[in-house]
Design a protein around this ligand. Structure first.
Ligand code: PLP
Length: 391
């Protein structure tokens, strides 16, 4: 009698689902006719000067390991960048850890912080890795909704209602994937007060912080009173510098937390790839101009997408950041999954069903506008036609 191979797997891994985004994209694979607003990454290649820096470093034979924390020269650039753009001062020698993307930094942070059964509050709809990363670190994910009626921003009252004696950490992400939501400083201040009062650690994923529109302000929670010592500031190069494939990010935190994350990183990863670290150094030294040009392109595309949705009668709040729009398809009476699948079948446009990012995303669709203007024009024409015909 054959035995179930699942028996070899840990309880942790059996608990976590596959990413809803990946499932959906298997349907798209091998279909050349599809316009994709699906994958959350820039359609631009990394700017040439960044690629060139990587190529030259290989020509020079720079192919070794680096310090576990990462190249000191990169950590110094990061400390300068974070001071300039976020008004946060970190010691590059003891408070900055270079990671393999923000993805690894999130995993390290949860593994460094959590004991089995510790609760972590996170707001959804959200990036798909938070819930599984908490579970894999033996924590208990506690989800709170960021509601459509608040333009998917988070309310301090929702955080407060979810706090229990077991709450250990709070995961924040503004601007938010998948909604593009931002948060008002006043609300963030109230959340910071809760974190201090309940002795919580905050993980702040600020990967989209430069990609903001309509003069939307951004405050890092780490700058608020009493917060720097209890915040792990997470950032990276994938989005603003269009460097997803380099797999490079960083965590800034007080020395004890940085050291704890570094201990896991040194045994699991040893260090981030040196070529990517050199490319990231170049991005920080000379990358603002090209990054701002890409930002301008996203601004134009966002405005195009929003005006096309308006013309088609599809409700969509104006996202303050990231490169996603989150239109409301509830008037069709279809589920997000059904809408996205049929849109793909009937109009060959791929968007991600909103519920792939948490139950509060049901009735919405994530459209990534890091795509060419031409694709956006055609895609919105087809989405508008599809929406109207299913009302
Ligand atoms: N955090 C958020 C909110 C994201 O949207 C993503 C990627 O889509 C990541 C983290 C992962 O970024 P990285 O490429 O740095 O691992």
């Amino acid at each position: 009698m054959s035995q179930d191979p699942q028996r070899h797997l840990s309880k942790q891994i059996q608990q976590i689902p596959r990413s809803g985004i990946r499932d959906f994209f298997e349907l798209v694979l091998g279909r050349d006719d599809v316009i994709s607003l699906g994958v959350g990454e820039p359609d631009f290649a990394s700017p040439w000067h960044i690629r060139e820096a990587a190529i030259y470093s290989l020509e020079r034979g720079e192919t070794s390991y680096t310090s576990n924390l990462g190249l000191l020269s990169l950590r110094e650039e990061i400390a300068r960048y974070v001071a300039k753009h976020f008004d946060l001062r970190y010691d590059p020698k003891s408070e900055v850890l270079i990671t393999v993307g923000v993805s690894e930094a999130i995993d390290l942070a949860f593994r460094a912080l959590l004991n089995p059964g510790d609760e972590v509050i996170y707001h959804e709809p959200c990036y798909v890795s938070y819930h599984p990363s908490i579970t894999l670190a033996y924590g208990v994910p506690v989800r709170i909704s960021a509601l459509p009626e608040d333009d998917f921003s988070l309310r301090a009252a929702s955080v407060e209602a979810a706090i229990t004696p077991k709450t250990r950490a709070l995961m924040l992400n503004f601007p938010t994937n998948p909604t593009g939501a931002t948060i008002a400083r006043k609300e963030l201040e109230a959340i910071a007060e809760l974190a201090v009062a309940h002795d919580l650690i905050v993980l702040s994923d600020e990967i989209y912080s430069e990609l903001r529109y309509d003069d939307t302000e951004h405050t890092s929670i780490a700058t608020l009173p009493g917060m720097k010592e209890r915040t792990i500031f997470l950032h990276g190069f994938s989005k603003y510098f269009a460097m997803t494939g380099f797999r490079i990010g960083y965590a800034c935190a007080p020395p004890v937390l940085t050291e704890a994350m570094m201990k896991i990183h040194q045994y699991s990863m040893l260090c981030a790839p040196i070529t990517s670290q050199i490319a990231a150094t170049e991005a920080l030294r000379h990358g603002e101009g090209p990054a701002q040009e890409m930002h301008q392109a996203y601004t134009n595309r966002r405005n195009l997408l929003l005006s096309r949705f308006r013309e088609a009668g599809i409700p969509c709040f104006a996202p303050g950041g990231a490169f996603y729009a989150f239109p409301d398809i509830r008037a069709t009476g279809m589920t997000s999954q059904a809408f996205a699948k049929q849109l793909l079948d009937e109009e060959s446009v791929a968007c991600v069903p909103g519920d792939a990012f948490g139950p509060t995303g049901e009735g919405f669709l994530r459209c990534c506008y890091a795509a060419s203007t031409e694709s956006l024009r055609e895609a919105t024409k087809r989405i508008g036609r599809f929406y109207q015909s299913h009302l």
